[in-house]
Design a protein around this ligand. Sequence first.
Ligand code: TXE
Length: 478
Amino acid sequence: MYGKNLIDGQWRDGNGTTVTHNPSDLNEQVGTYAVADRSMAAQAIESARKAAPRWAAGNIQQRADLLRGVGDAIGARAEEIGLLLSREEGKTRVEGFAEAKRAAQVFYFFAGETLRQNGLFLPGLRDGHNVIVSREPLGVVSLITPWNFPIAVPAWKTAAALAYGNTVVLKPSEFAPGCSVLLARILTEAGLPDGVFNLVMGNGRELGPTLINGADGVSFTGATDTGRAVLQQAALSMTKTQLELGGKNPLVVLDDADLDQAVQIALDGCFFQTGQRCTATSRLIVTRKIHDAFVDALAARVRALRVGHALDEGTQLGPVATAPQLQKDLMFIERANNDGVECVAGGTRVECRTPGLYLAPTLFIGTHNAMHLNQHEVFGPVVGVTRVDDFEEALAVATDHELALTAGICTNDLRTAERFRHGVRAGMVMVNTPTAGVAYHAPFGGRKPSGFGGRELGAGAVEFFTEGKTSYIHHGVI
Ligand code: TXE
């Protein structure tokens, strides 16, 4: 495919092009994309600014219908989108299709939100007064997205932004922009007015300042350090900022857990989607009595996972998405080996039928929380198990990390589960279910430094994508 930037309804070439390759087969070129420079980013912001008043004032039934139509179009093209996603990012065919379907559902949800924008009415404290709290669009929002959910994250930010009456400039990851190009085409075909949605592709560091300082809001998903840079940049213009950042999510497995269920939950949370989810389980904390049985069963399941070309029938784990990410994963394995912990599954690259970025899912045991492996986000299929004595120690270890996105527990004791839910420092808690896998109708996000500036999705999105206005009305005594 050849993807262009979209500015003010015009498909625009850029300052050169960039090419993506299939991580399942590095010989296969997937897409060529026009790269925008700063002046084009400024034009995209300008175009969104120009389109903002009409979009904000537009009829909300028409807006809802349009967003529902976008959901229909994404759903109808889910095979195509999923296939591109699998080829460019490396998710399996099943995972790619599911992500595309999810993007359609997100548009349906936010089509409904368009009609559910409510406010607050208060009787005034002074005679003859009342107070109305209403919500208004933020204005122009820049959306900066990562490679690991190439359609879901652009879709959920875009759908929310548009539903609440904002205009958009989207900058997807340079590693996987293809699905954003398809999204831009779908939005255009659905009849979105020129300038309401703009797409610029290119280097985040280069385009960031223009996109951040020119907008009224910036919603970013990516690495924690990049998020800090975005926040520092945003401070210059006081641009409202929403950051969804890294995780180091613990899964606690207690002695009384259902063993088979806990193993399945760990397998899914740690390794599905090649571990490249900010909500992936990246610390396993297991109490003493169940430890050996759990580790044996999990290691057997991990070793049995079929790594392969994302589009091959039967592949359970696709490749690592990018070459730098693979290097990072291997560095974590090397550090863990140097730390002297035991590797009970994986630990090496894997040869498949095509030259790709394949890594065996890797499980270390005998780790402790202060180790490098447990202190830094891997963002790949590499996880360590830490053995603890009891629930109290498990909770202390789970909470002993500055990142606080999701946290999970496997137990059959409702009271213990509730103590964990109450006590653990995290934005999302999972009881007897994987740390990853979130619903679009519920708020999503973490506590600092995993998240900043309000939740996405569900009832959370309105907080970021709108501004409140408190009005005091002196209507006179009646
Ligand atoms: O993220 P980046 P990448 C983590 C994960 C992974 C690492 C790198 O640990 O290994 O991030 O992934 C744009 N101003 N997560 O490279 O670099 C960039 O162009 C403005 C966690 O994708 O943070 C891209 O569009 N923008 C995560 C986006 O930011 C900038 C999901 C994300 O890039 C910028 C993905 C700047 N200075 C990766 N620098 C999660 N928690 O969900 C870069 N960008």
